[in-house]
Design a protein around this ligand. Sequence first.
Ligand SMILES: C[S@@+](CC[C@H](N)C(=O)[O-])C[C@H]1O[C@@H](n2cnc3c(N)ncnc32)[C@H](O)[C@@H]1O
Length: 323
Amino acid sequence: MKSLCVRVRRQDGEETRKRLAGDGVLDHDLRIEEEDGYLYIPVTEAYDDLPTTRRAFDERDDATDAADILGHEPRFETVGDVALLEPEENDEAGEALVEADNGIETALRVESAVEGRERTRRMSYVAGERKTRTVHREYGRGFVVDLTEVYFTPRLAEERQRVASDVSPDEMVFDMFAGVGPFSVAVAEAGADVVASDINGRAVELLRENAERNGVGDSVTAYNDDARDVGRRVADAGGADRVYMNLPHTADEFLETACETARSGGVLHYYDIRHEDDLFEGAVEEIRETAVRCGYEVEVLEEVVVRSYAPYDYNVCIDARLV
Ligand SMILES: C[S@@+](CC[C@H](N)C(=O)[O-])C[C@H]1O[C@@H](n2cnc3c(N)ncnc32)[C@H](O)[C@@H]1O
């Protein structure tokens, strides 16, 4: 089949292949071709300033996967080209994932739940290249992530797309708990001006890098500061049309800041972890009580179950307009 590809000299082939794999643009289903001292590496999209062309490729029919090697399906999630193994998986699972033809260069084992104020996870090295930095791609955007230093989950990709699709150009958005910027970048692409805050300095460094690499550096202003302090600055500068509150478990402690920051008619996107017996009602009541103290009524626009979080617990989002 015909595909877009990168053309490089043979001696630069392995380094380029690794770069393309690391940035998630290598097409693993097609076989790399060689001709007259050049390699033609199939890609899913154009990449940086590497020369591209189109040509016919054979599909790979010899691809092994980790389950073939192990005899069972390993439990893991992928961020960029790194496999994050569930704690109970053994080293053989990591070795098989790196050996298989699936674009995985590194296997790490997740050693803790998300913890601490910065919501990071401890991980240990299992197999492949020794690294914790990778580039994860979702909906055409690339995010540099340092897996042990910042929070990131690919499981919110659809949710980020959902909220970004609500944004109108020229809205002013405040991303209170921004991490490496997956919400900020998605809404900046939709035309918004974004102010982002995070107390994790490494996350803010990567957020700035991610805004630049996705072409929205001019639309995103990021502060390595507490959301309450940044919220005050946003309010003084005229307020926000939309406030993202992606800090499930403790977002309620920041509701007052969010209400003081939002303009009249502004929308809060409030994330929480809720038991199945009360998915929304209790959280809506909390939003309402705080909003009333700030002089607003609440119009609930949407109640969304984002994903299952634990047995009986769900990550939910409430979109609430303040009027
Ligand atoms: C659940 S993560 C969400 C990150 C990002 N929104 C995402 O989807 O990847 C929450 C983030 O809030 C940051 N954080 C925690 N408390 C904060 C505070 N008081 N002010 C600003 N950021 C805070 C953490 O460092 C972490 O990066």
